[in-house]
Write a protein that binds this ligand. Structure first.
Ligand SMILES: O=C(O)CCC(=O)C(=O)O
Length: 290
């Protein structure tokens, strides 16, 4: 798991993890009874308030304003990020079937206009209760935010190699790159699972890192951006993916940008006969978030 530090702002390693995987889990410093009061309020809601979540559930502001949540949002979206209009309370009742894989729609921008080399928009997903494997956790595919796909071509996909589930503690906030592939999974339990989702956006480009940056960590960051592969990549994707990660860093790092060219990703052990190719040999197993 990659979780935000106590100081609020992320460090270089955490930002690199987000660029590579497309998500981070933040555990706000709120007491357990805060999340319990949100669950109670949700259970008493006569109907889904649609986009009027804050009016119906003012306590949600406490989660958005939590220093760790704000620190992670500032780190990833810059000092002047905003909450976009809209949002949704995703109620997943017992025996509900899973959704197809999808990337959320880019309102007004269509499905092909994705941010493959930038972090301009995030999804905030808040789980007020413990979520276990049976309760219909969200599934996401780490690293998929750089992979543009049409909704039609995703609809028949089921289990994907490298997929990870939001099996999380009560009160956890999952922040994802807006374009990550995700889906609700079937709820096989007898408990309702709630998740509150908001989109948030960057409003200005960074002149310098908006996180806790240490220039001495740049070589380690570079090694990770060049070499890590969270989920299955084809050989062709591998060759472009590390460059997109470096370009993402450069687009948010301002003065801490790094040269695009590096041969480092091509180094390392020779492939063995019958083993993995260059593209897949550094792939890691990440069966679940958290
Ligand atoms: O309910 C969930 O776990 C995910 C649902 C979601 O994010 C969506 O429908 O876009």
């Amino acid at each position: 798991m990659t979780s935000a530090s106590n100081l609020g702002l992320l460090n270089d390693d955490q930002v690199a993890s987000f660029i590579i995987n497309g998500y981070i889990i933040v555990e706000p410093d709120l007491a357990a009874d805060y999340h319990e009061s949100i669950i109670s309020a949700l259970r008493e809601m006569p109907e889904n308030p649609g986009g009027h979540i804050v009016e119906a559930l003012p306590e949600i502001i406490g989660v958005l304003e939590d220093p760790k949540v704000k620190g992670a949002l500032t780190s990833l979206l810059g000092q002047k990020y905003v909450r976009d209009p809209g949002g949704h309370i995703h109620m997943n009742p017992p025996l509900t079937r899973g959704q197809p894989w999808h990337q959320d729609e880019r309102f007004g921008r269509g499905h092909q206009d994705r941010d493959v080399d930038h972090i301009r928009q995030l999804m905030f997903m808040y789980y007020p209760q413990d979520v276990d494997a049976e309760m219909g956790p969200t599934v996401l595919l780490p690293g998929s935010h750089r992979r543009i796909s049409s909704p039609e071509s995703m609809v028949t996909l089921v289990n994907l190699r490298g997929q990870a589930f939001s099996i999380v503690k009560a009160g956890s906030v999952l922040l994802t790159h807006y374009d990550i592939w995700h889906a609700a999974t079937g709820n096989k339990s007898d408990r309702v699972r709630y998740m509150i989702k908001f989109p948030l956006s960057r409003t200005q480009e960074n002149n310098e890192p908006s996180w806790n940056h240490d220039p001495t960590s740049l070589p380690a960051v570079r090694q990770r951006l060049d070499g890590e592969h969270p989920s299955l990549l084809s050989r062709n994707e591998y060759e472009t993916d590390h460059a997109l990660r470096v370009r993402t860093w450069n687009n948010i790092a301002g003065t801490a940008a790094m040269p695009l060219q590096s041969g480092e990703h091509l180094g390392g052990p020779w492939p063995v006969s019958g083993g993995a190719t260059t593209a897949s040999r550094q792939r890691r197993d990440m069966p679940q978030l958290g």
